[in-house]
Design a protein around this ligand. Structure first.
Ligand code: ADP
Ligand code: MG
Length: 363
């Protein structure tokens, strides 16, 4: 079983803890994403798997074997770094097959793998070029190709697509998933890009300050964020998070007080706090002409055109906070008064102190 199990793994540099008590498992053959903002400890976590970083406390198991003291070369990993290093004096082709030749692989097999990977990453025209004759994106693909041809049990990638332009990145994303489906390696993929995480990952480990904030499927991270941090990190434009006051039968945003449906009342009654953070995604708010439950009176601040849709920033009356409403209807003008309907089935309430999600009501 080529799985990876973190057992309370902590890594400190001197006094500074950068990976904090990580306890999770990457299943065999899974595409696991390590996602989080810059500096949260993603690369360090990946380097721990690769054996390039020692563990301060806790244990790492791969394939059931404790890895803490096993050197990188004996872990069966291939890795693509953020700052990939390819040999400047070798051609693209030579760079890609260097490791296979060093491992004395059969020449016809090397040829077969090289041909396949050149085509997969659209590198055929550059096979005989030197790295200095390539763009940054092309060099990054050479680094990817070099890791792919090895077909190791574990495939570790650290922001491998960051130097590609938008179109190539889209293509490479699809190709990576396809490659993974062919070879079925256990894959750990580091990125700070939530779109990349959602589209490539089978599960996402969302990291915050060196610790695991949430680990689940992309859909569950989007639908049921564990806390305000997770809620804000996934989705674009980001989820609206506004402070609300709890009143008897509902919640108030500024001077708008809205009645909560029975299912939500039960959640709030159980929790009994005065303030909450309400979270609602821009795509779950809509402009409406009607009055009624879940409708908030707002003023338009500005509109951002996304082409086909616009993000309308609005301020609920009596509130200082803004929310974004995603709309494909006609664009209102700044200063216009609008009614915004919120979808109670897509609402989240977070504890104002711990910022944890209160949990979904039963509708
Ligand atoms: P990420 O990949 O999520 O951006 P890193 O794992 O690279 O984050 O780094 C996490 C934290 O650890 C950062 O604050 C970084 O400055 C620190 N760090 C990384 N490597 C070292 C090191 N060798 N010595 C001291 N601090 C380090
Ligand atoms: Mg990093």
């Amino acid at each position: 079983m080529y799985n990876i199990a973190f057992k309370k793994v902590t890594k400190a540099f001197g006094e500074t803890v950068v990976v904090n008590n990580m306890d999770f498992e990457v299943k065999e053959g899974e595409r696991m994403i390590l996602l989080g903002p810059s500096g949260c400890g993603k690369s360090t976590t990946l380097r721990i798997i690769a054996g390039l970083e020692s563990i301060t406390s806790g244990d790492l198991y791969m394939n059931g074997v404790r890895m803490n003291d096993i050197p990188c070369g004996r872990r069966g990993v291939s890795m693509v770094f953020q700052n990939y290093a390819i040999y400047p004096h070798m051609s693209v082709k030579e760079n890609i097959i260097y490791g296979l030749k060093a491992a004395k692989m059969d020449r016809t097999e090397i040829g077969r793998r090289l041909k396949e990977v050149l085509s997969m990453l659209q590198l055929e025209p550059y096979a005989d070029r030197k790295p200095r004759e390539l763009s940054g994106g092309q060099r990054q693909r050479v680094a990817l190709a070099r890791a792919i041809v090895r077909r190791s049990n574990y495939f570790l990638l650290d922001e491998p697509l960051s130097n590609l332009d938008a179109q190539l990145r889209l293509h490479a994303r699809k190709e990576l998933v396809r490659i993974h489906e062919i070879y079925g390696q256990t894959m750990v993929y580091v990125t700070h890009d939530q779109v990349e995480a959602m589209t490539i990952g089978q599960r996402i480990a969302l990291m915050h300050n060196g610790a695991l904030a949430m680990l689940d499927t992309p859909q569950n991270v989007y639908d049921h964020p564990a806390d305000v941090f997770c809620a804000r990190f996934i989705g674009s434009p980001a989820m609206n998070i506004v402070r609300v006051v709890s009143v008897g039968s509902g919640i108030c945003l500024g001077s708008n007080c809205i009645n909560l449906p029975e299912s939500w009342k039960k959640v709030v009654e159980k929790h009994r706090a005065k303030f909450y953070y309400a979270g609602i995604r821009p795509e779950h708010l809509s402009l409406t002409e009607e009055d009624g439950s879940g409708v908030i009176e707002c003023d338009v601040v500005y509109c951002e055109n996304y082409g086909g849709r616009c993000g309308i920033s609005v301020k609920p009356r009596g509130s200082k906070e803004e929310m974004i409403v995603l709309s494909d209807g006609p664009e209102p003008k700044p200063g216009d008064g609008v009614r915004v309907r919120l979808d109670f089935t897509r609402l989240h309430l977070f504890d104002a102190d711990s910022e944890k999600n209160l949990g979904d009501p039963v509708f």
